[in-house]
Design a protein around this ligand. Structure first.
Ligand code: GCB
Length: 655
């Protein structure tokens, strides 16, 4: 590479990125209808060596079955594990979906129709009746477009989707594609350094929904409570799109009604023409995290009515609202004025057969397990999770560190920075109104020792803050604190480390002090609150070895216990604010000789059953809940052993 070129590729500038619009979660109301397009679609896999053939041959012009033999494919789901074919599981490049659907005649008049995808991984191209409708790049995030003009009303329509799973150095996350010789010729190989399977396809629900011609396009709220938490304030701003909105003389306003959980109206107010203002809620019921209060996850419902000239009701949209104040300093993180100690997990959206596809049964089971174990938080490692799960977390009081899809970020370049910022913009746009979201995570294990990491993360962190200054910014860092160049741009330092696993494997006597030393070093270097965002050990369910040995259930429990000791020493220093086990459940990864059927660091198996360490963790998380937040303990937390006329003691006190 010539010097000039090298120099050019090192310069990264802070460019504007395209911002998202609309994308309110589709909800029915008296002015809106919602229809799901989920179900069994038709599916075609392109040749890996000819990924653009379908575009050139216009497969979207007619039914896919006319171009290629089709197979059935469920939506939502990853396509990889649905069939028995290795070639589909490991496919690199484009695949195609289509289906037919009916649009009622009644949708033709005086309204708009929108097509919305919860997420498609990684890049999506969509046609309606052969006409290009929308393109979107980035997995795990929604996109939508108006399709009013593309639909046939009172008739059958066809939707075609091409999805490309290829990851390269300028995608988020990054990957590499290479051509490698195989036994019969050459093959395309997708490689990536991140530790989860690159599942792809239409991962979340597809909806058609209607809005009036002039409609509520955006709602943004921010909440806070008075010092004694008795009065709540909701700052709101509404954006309107449509014909009436563009006519200056057409005085639009919104009427806002707030209902409490019992359905009683507690506020009724009207905006001026600016469509923004503040609602005051007396006798407020704050939103509290699980186990921090006897009534966690309290949500109000905000009804937003858009009115036009002559009081005409144009549109209605309803949104759940949790009233809470977040605050943080160089030593604490507080919710409603109370210091928070996070106890939780890194997780994955991952399960047998469906991969990363949205599955309500799995989601509800996961929340039941999170509550059973007494966790109060999780990180959406390493990408945004479904909107349905964010709503569920709001309802159940589970705090979320919301992570964008940047994982193992390296080889910093301009195109990557622009997309990384866009992923955060899309994430914040989608999730800004959720009370459960308490922190933004701008990356997982970025190579923050590299040249350019400094400028790069300064831009990314400041951009995140410019979009939302009401939540702190973090990143989960594994670079040694001595080399790290990004931490100074964060509000909270999260670090991942695998003592007794990746370093000093098997050495139980080399965990506790190392964790204490590393957390302390991070705090000393940056003077910010610190979280241990990952620790753990791969554990094969049913493997028992005493004394503990790597991969056994005993080993996982002992590794946890050695960390607990460190965390308890650290908790006394107020700046240590949380512990997150890696991982909630076992999950699939790319094939590797370090992974037995995937990553087995789950506290739960992939089928969501507890390993031995889950019971230990449950006792700790509830014990912490009682000590820190005065929660009550579940009756079955301790198994009855013996009545010895008093409590059993060990060296550190009561068991
Ligand atoms: C990490 C990564 C996570 C991996 C984990 C592991 O540091 O953040 O994605 O799965 O380690 O188990 O290796």
């Amino acid at each position: 590479m010539g010097l000039k070129r090298l120099f050019k590729s090192l310069i990264i500038v802070n460019k504007d990125v395209k911002t998202s619009r609309g994308m309110l979660y589709p909800r029915e109301s008296e002015t809106r209808e919602v229809r799901s397009l989920d179900g069994i679609w038709n599916f075609v896999c392109s040749d890996e060596t000819n990924p653009t053939q379908g575009i050139r041959d216009k497969w979207f012009d007619d039914d896919l079955s006319k171009s290629r033999p089709i197979i059935p494919m469920p939506v939502p789901a990853s396509y990889n594990d649905i069939t028995t074919e290795r070639s589909l599981r490991d496919h690199v490049g484009t695949v195609w979906y289509d289906r037919k659907f009916f649009v009622p005649r009644s949708w033709e008049k005086d309204q708009r129709v929108w097509l919305r995808f919860g997420s498609v991984h990684y890049e999506a191209f969509v046609w309606i009746n052969g006409e290009s409708a929308v393109k979107h790049e980035m997995g795990h995030l929604p996109f939508e477009t108006e399709v009013t003009h593309l639909l046939k009303y009172g008739a059958e329509n066809r939707i075609t989707v091409m999805c490309d799973n290829a990851l390269i150095q300028t995608t988020v996350p990054q990957g590499k594609i290479s051509e490698v010789a195989n036994d019969g010729g050459v093959t395309i190989i997708q490689s990536y350094t991140f530790d989860f399977f690159n599942y792809a396809g239409i991962h979340r629900s597809v909806h058609l929904y209607t809005t009036p011609k002039t409609f509520i396009e955006e709602v943004e709220i921010q909440t806070k409570l008075s010092d004694n938490n008795s009065v709540g304030y909701i700052d709101y701003s509404v954006a309107v799109n449509g014909t009436a909105a563009n006519e200056a003389e057409n005085a639009l306003y919104v009427r806002l009604k707030l209902y409490n959980r019992e359905g009683v109206q507690v506020v009724n107010t009207t905006s001026d023409g600016k469509l923004e203002g503040t609602l005051k809620v007396s006798n407020a019921m704050p939103w509290w995290p699980y186990l921090m209060h006897s009534d966690p996850g309290y949500l109000y419902e905000l009804e937003i009515q858009l009115h036009g000239a002559n009081e005409q009701l144009l549109d209605v949209y309803r949104l759940k609202v949790g009233l809470r104040t977040l605050s943080w300093s160089n030593t604490t993180f507080q919710i409603n004025g109370k210091p928070v100690y996070f106890r939780g997990f890194g997780r994955h959206e991952d399960s047998d057969v469906r991969g990363k596809g949205l599955d309500n049964a799995l989601m509800v089971r996961d929340f039941n397990l999170i509550k059973w174990i007494g966790a109060n938080a999780y990180r959406t490692s390493h990408y945004p999770y479904s909107e349905e799960s964010m709503q569920f977390a709001d309802q159940h009081g589970i705090m979320i560190i919301d992570e964008c899809p940047s994982v193992d970020t390296e080889n910093y370049n301009q195109a990557l920075l622009d997309k990384h910022k866009s992923s955060l913009e899309q994430l914040i746009h989608r999730d800004r109104n959720h009370p459960s979201v308490v922190m933004w995570s701008i990356a997982n294990e970025p190579r923050t020792g590299q040249l350019n990491a400094d400028t790069y993360f300064q831009f990314v962190a400041n951009y995140t803050r410019s979009l939302d200054s009401s939540r702190p910014v973090t990143a989960a860092i594994a670079t040694p604190w001595t080399d790290d160049k990004a931490g100074r741009y964060l509000d909270i330092i999260s670090f991942n480390r695998y003592n007794a696993w990746y370093s000093n494997t098997g050495r139980m006597d080399m965990v506790t002090q190392r964790v204490i030393d590393e957390a302390t070093a991070w705090n000393k270097k940056y003077g910010k609150p610190v979280i241990m965002s990952e620790y753990g050990a791969d554990t094969l369910e049913g493997l028992h070895l005493q004394p503990s040995f790597v991969w056994s259930e005993e080993f996982q429990s002992e590794v946890f216990s050695r960390h607990f000791k460190a965390f308890d020493a650290l908790r006394r220093k107020k700046w240590f604010i949380g512990e997150f086990v890696w991982n909630f459940a076992d999950f699939k990864t790319a094939q590797s000789y370090t992974r037995v059927g995937g990553n087995k660091k789950g506290v739960f198996t992939r089928a969501r059953q507890p390993k031995a360490a889950a019971h230990l963790l449950r006792q700790r998380y509830f014990a912490l809940g009682r000590e820190v937040d005065q929660c009550s303990l579940p009756e079955d937390l301790f198994t009855y052993i013996v009545d010895v006329g008093g409590s059993i003691k060990n060296e550190s006190g009561d068991l």
